[in-house]
Design a protein around this ligand. Structure first.
Ligand code: IPM
Ligand code: MG
Length: 360
């Protein structure tokens, strides 16, 4: 198969983890006789420095030309006080929206080898295997009106959470389809005891559920869900929720996995001009300026995102499984970075990448 992949390493540790993810992708392509063409583009702080724009038009074009895009992370401390429009994060929001990737899949697994890396009690997290489906192109992240107006005591910040029936239905359908191929359980997360958007959310989810009688549906309020995720994560299979709830709960999921450096993600749902699906793959973690450039970052979230790309964008299930098995064997061998608190000396970013390639 021919794989045309765009990489957007971005900022901070994004550059280091993307390098290792690419090495793994090259290794898997060699092993399974696929032909890989790589292109690199600019996104985030580095793109602001080079072009003045966190999401340059060139990058948008490259994304639509590629079969799939592998992203690192965006964010640089020098932009911390810049207005939202001029921040690296704006590039990330721009690319998600431009590609129309409305469903962000964030799987959370507790690997046996990492059970002691989590601060939570072993018996609570053992066997956790869930997927958060986060709506990614709507809600309060994008809603208008927004902004800061007025002065003095009357100065006011405004954001708007808004969802249409169509936006809710398509991401819900995606989540039901995933659940259908797993343990057939879907939890829809909302705040319908307070928010109108959540009341509509719940109504539409119930309607879509009629298409999936084989999947068991539960509704859960977001505050209770935050508690259940650490009290009894095993009760969850697939969870679907609006954009900001998903942002928050997926970081909580990182505690179940031992480190946020472990979590991969796949953003899907959009189409290219030729009708083919687009896919955007990125680790859940940020650019981690505090450890950037020190070869310390955990590349396994980025490498897991390569597995997700092989599965969702290319339908290469054996190749995806090979990458996931290689990750697991590296974990079992204790070859991990410092964030996972190994009992022996931690490995560097590139040593972990090399270990995954060797395992492949
Ligand atoms: C994430 C990140 C982003 C988000 C930031 C960097 C804009 O936290 O992907 O979870 O809020 O979506
Ligand atoms: Mg986040």
């Amino acid at each position: 198969m021919q794989l045309n992949v765009l990489t957007l390493p971005g900022d901070g540790i994004g550059i280091e983890v993307t390098r290792e993810a690419v090495r793994v992708l090259e290794t898997v392509c060699r092993k399974y006789n696929h032909s890989l063409t790589l292109t690199e583009g600019l996104l985030g702080g580095i793109a602001i420095h080079k072009t003045g724009n966190p999401f340059p038009d060139d990058t948008a074009r490259l994304c639509l030309d590629a079969d799939a895009t592998l992203m690192g992370a965006v964010g640089l401390p020098e932009f911390d006080n810049a207005p939202p429009e001029k921040r690296p994060e704006k590039g990330l929001l721009g690319i998600r929206r431009a590609l129309g990737v409305y469903a962000n899949l964030r799987p959370v697994r507790t690997y046996k080898a990492l059970i002691d890396s989590s601060p939570l009690k072993n018996h609570l997290i053992e066997g956790t295997d869930l997927i958060i489906v986060r709506e990614l192109t709507g809600g309060i992240y994008y809603g208008t009106p927004r902004g800061i107006t007025g002065e003095g005591d009357e100065e006011r910040g405004t954001n708007t959470m808004t969802y249409s029936r169509a936006e809710i239905a398509r991401v819900t359908r995606m989540a039901f389809n995933l659940a259908r191929n797993r343990r057939k359980k879907l939890a829809s997360v909302d705040k319908s005891n307070v928010l109108e958007t959540s009341q509509l959310w719940r109504k539409v989810v119930v309607e879509v559920a009629a298409e999936f009688p084989d999947v068991e549906l539960e509704h859960i309020l977001v505050d209770n869900c935050a508690m259940q995720l650490v009290l009894n994560p095993k009760r969850f299979d697939v969870l679907v929720m609006e954009n900001m709830f998903g942002d928050i709960l997926s970081d909580e999921g990182a505690v179940l996995a031992g480190s946020i450096g472990m979590l991969p993600s796949a953003s899907i749902g959009g189409r290219r001009p030729n009708g083919a699906w687009v896919g955007l793959y990125e680790p859940v973690h940020g650019s981690a300026p505090d450890i950037a450039g020190r070869n310390k970052a955990n590349p396994l979230g980025a490498i897991g995102s390569v597995a997700a790309m092989l599965e969702y964008s290319f339908g290469l299930m054996a190749e995806a499984a090979a990458v996931n098995n290689a990750i697991e064997s590296v974990l079992n061998a204790g070859k991990v970075t410092a964030d996972l608190k190994p009992k022996t000396a931690p490995l560097t970013t590139d040593q972990v990448g090399q270990a995954v390639c060797d395992a492949l």
